[in-house]
Design a protein around this ligand. Structure first.
Ligand code: EPU
Length: 444
């Protein structure tokens, strides 16, 4: 639990390191190499610890020195169900081990997945593609067992929806499958492009065509890589939104304009100000509240290059301070507005609808999910006791508590926030936030 005394503008500077949603996949890619890999700018977050554990039980030597990760997969070996199952329910990354383990060992065991509870999060695309590659998939009470008795062979495959994870699954499997794979309707998020760069460094042949088509020519062997992870654009946007909601000013060192163009357009439309410093070493983006009223906007989340679903929650908190009615239509996940209940408890005026408001009809409107939000502002937020429901919503609860008058207690920070935000308490303190952990006596 974190105690937050709100009402203080966040002022100062934070550093963002490599993106959680690239680093964890880059670690999986290291399994494919016959020589060691080096990954730089690795954040100290729990998802990295989880994947480290998974690699280690498979015989990969993993060493972290500062923010540089060394991974030696030369002695990859099968792991037992029990030691793998230690990591059950902790993350969604284990599903991406399928292709690399099948290539290296001929079989794989995948524990039950975890990750944030923001929708059904099925893995049907992953398993369907793996079966087409030639994998035999058996689910039992322990988890999922896979084998490839006849090897893995390139496929022509079209995704029903440009899923990030399923695109990564196909990439990590196709790079060493026999023959050529053509993936249509692929996701093209910057983290996927960075993963493609890593695989290319390892010796893969991957062509990214227009219109979401990726062609992969399978090769017999891949070597290790050296790579600096692209910066975390979700964390950067979280700090930007915190600056706006608390009427502060934050320089996010490491934030990169090219990956954040859509966010920057939205930030400016709301009335936020920013300045890009593109110095190769010390660059970043300064975000601030210009002191004038914030403007309402109608937005919808989408796959890249649209507005990221992970930017939605911090933006919604900032929109509670805009002058008028804003709309947020969530089209990626069916259940990503649960956190607004707590915001309403703090005085925010947010209503949820099952219609596709203000945008193009999406998959969730037809199925009656509450996936559009109307935010009426500006509303004064007041302190409350908050229970964090997931990673990104959790960070927006922190933002709301910092913007609110009074003292809030936020529960669940260690379970959720540390999964994806490195050193966030020190960063908050550095920005002048008035936060504290409960003393031992008040914890009982
Ligand atoms: N989907 C299916 N079947 C599948 C796979 C996906 O129906 O087999 C659906 C999902 O249910 C969802 C949509 O496709 O409605 C998009 O899901 P996607 O596969 O793109 O998401 P993911 O790979 O599970 C990653 C990030 C998420 C991020 C999404 C969208 C990681 C570890 N997670 O999830 O990040 O929201 O892409 O950009 O990379 C976070 O960092 O907090 C987070 C949730």
């Amino acid at each position: 639990m974190l105690i937050i005394h709100g009402g203080t503008p966040l002022e100062g500077e934070v550093q963002v390191r490599g993106a959680k949603n690239l680093v964890s996949k880059a670690m999986v890619a290291a399994l494919l190499g016959t020589s060691p890999s080096v990954l730089r700018s690795v954040p100290a977050i729990r998802d990295v610890e989880v994947v480290t554990g998974l690699l280690r039980v498979h015989g990969v030597d993993v060493d972290l020195d500062g923010d540089t990760l060394y991974m030696d997969p030369t002695s990859v070996e099968s792991a037992g169900v029990e030691e793998i199952n230690v990591h059950a329910g902790t993350s969604r990354i284990p599903i991406l081990l399928c292709g690399p383990l099948l290539h290296r060992l001929g079989r794989a065991f995948i524990p039950d997945l975890g990750g944030c509870n923001i929708g059904g999060r099925p893995i049907d695309f992953h398993l369907d593609a793996l079966r087409k590659f030639g994998a035999v998939v058996d689910k039992d009470a322990d988890g999922t067992h896979l084998s490839a008795p006849n090897g893995l062979h390139g496929i022509r495959y079209e995704l029903e929806y440009p899923s990030v994870g399923a695109t990564e699954q196909v990439l990590l499997t196709a790079v060493m499958a026999k023959g050529t794979t053509e993936l249509r309707n692929a996701a093209i998020e910057p983290e996927i492009v960075d993963l493609i760069c890593i695989l290319q460094k390892m010796g893969a042949i991957i062509k990214v065509h227009t219109n979401r088509v990726i062609e992969i020519v399978g090769v017999d062997e891949l070597k290790g890589y050296e790579h600096r992870a692209l910066p975390d654009r979700i964390e950067a946007a979280s700090w930007a939104s915190a600056a706006l909601a608390t009427q502060g000013s934050v320089f996010v060192r490491g934030a990169q304009q090219t990956d954040m163009m859509t966010f920057l357009n939205v930030f400016r439309s709301i009335g936020g100000a920013y300045e890009v410093n593109d110095h190769p070493v010390d660059g970043g983006i300064r975000f601030w509240h210009p002191g004038t009223a914030l403007k309402p906007v109608a937005l919808e989340t989408d796959v890249h290059p649209g507005l990221m679903t992970d930017w939605q929650q911090p933006i919604v908190v900032a929109l509670t301070q805009a002058d008028g009615l804003s709309i947020m239509h969530e089209t990626v996940y069916e259940n990503r507005f649960g956190y607004t209940r707590e915001l309403r408890g703090m005085g925010a005026n947010i209503e949820l609808y099952s219609d596709c408001l203000g945008g193009t009809p999406c998959r969730w409107g037809r199925r009656n999910f509450l996936h559009s939000a109307v935010i009426a502002g500006p509303t004064k937020l007041h302190a409350a006791d908050l229970q964090i429901p997931d990673l990104r919503a959790g960070f927006s609860h922190l933002i709301a508590a910092m913007a609110a008058e009074g003292t809030s207690r936020v529960y669940g920070v260690d379970r959720y926030i540390t999964r994806g935000y490195e050193n966030f308490e020190a960063k908050l303190l550095g920005l002048g936030a008035k936060i504290e952990r409960p003393s031992a006596s008040s914890r009982v």
